[in-house]
Design a protein around this ligand. Structure first.
Ligand code: ADP
Length: 257
């Protein structure tokens, strides 16, 4: 099957900082594709390039097997930064404004989107009265206008409380079950394991590995140390540049770099 997105040799520097170094991978249709790496590893730069917000220095990418076109763009919804919603407007009116500005979808879309993100019951409440989780669900709703086939999210659960995190993860799974392909950046191994089918791991702009989550996690690059040996744990963490996403698995802790 044709990949939804294919990247070949993408590199990008900001002055002397090499944010991405010759990165290639493919996103299969129907996958929830995690881009995993610690802060500063190049995830946002990667998403900005594939969304045409930034230009790569070298390399290329194609969506749906073809170079970018306006028709292609309409098939992709994205959430990189929280949109500037109006605090004194309701969810419905904020989505109307977003729709008017973006030209995505039809007015009927708004009710459908609010139902998907489970805000129908509060659709007429002011945005300022929403919890952080509800605000994030509305932001995802804005990305869903026009019913795009692909969704690109940057750290969609960042800053949320455990309930908000669980709601967003459930929503991502639901969108995936509806047949959407989802590409999401995360610095949490735990999140990728819970939500994603595939993963590409970035470290300092270089791709370490990419593939199905279960295959990647079975790979011997995962270092296992005993939870009973915190000194060893600390040493390994330091050697790995402080990347410390831990997976508790009985008495074992798996460290991932
Ligand atoms: P991540 O999303 O994984 O945190 P980023 O893509 O934001 O990583 O950043 C990758 C690297 O590029 C980091 O070293 C970061 O400091 C640097 N960087 C990102 N944006 C800019 C910018 N606008 N100007 C200079 N350096 C940047």
């Amino acid at each position: 099957m044709e990949p939804i997105l294919s990247l070949q040799g993408i590199s990008k520097s900001y002055g002397p900082i090499r944010a991405l170094n010759d990165v290639s991978f493919q996103v299969p249709p129907g996958s929830v594709f995690g881009i995993l790496g610690p802060n500063g590893s190049g995830k946002t730069t990667m998403l900005s390039i594939i969304l045409d917000i930034l230009k790569a220095d070298s390399g290329n990418f194609s969506w749906f097997g073809q170079p970018g076109s306006p028709a292609t763009r309409k098939r992709i919804g994205s959430l990189l930064e929280t949109p500037n919603f109006y605090h004194y407007l309701s969810a419905v009116n904020n989505l109307k404004v977003t729709q008017a500005i973006s030209g995505r979808g039809t007015p009927e879309d708004i009710e459908r989107v609010l139902e998907t993100v489970k805000l129908s019951h509060r659709k007429n409440s002011r945005f300022s009265s929403y919890s952080l989780g509800m605000k994030q669900r509305l932001a995802i709703g804005a990305a869903l206008l026009g019913n795009p086939q692909v969704l690109v999210f940057d750290e969609p659960t960042n800053g949320l409380d455990p309930v908000g995190i669980a709601e967003i993860r459930a929503l991502i799974k639901e969108l995936s079950a509806q047949g959407k392909t989802i590409i999401m950046a995360s610095h949490l191994l735990d999140e990728v394991e819970k939500v994603c089918t595939h993963v590409a791991i970035l470290k300092k702009g270089t791709l370490l590995t990419a593939g199905q989550v279960d295959e990647v996690l079975a790979n011997e690059d995962i270092v296992e140390v005993s939870a009973a040996n915190p000194d060893h744990l600390r040493t390994v963490l330091e050697q790995m540049g402080g990347y410390s996403q831990l997976k508790q698995d009985g008495r074992q802790i798996q460290l991932f770099f």
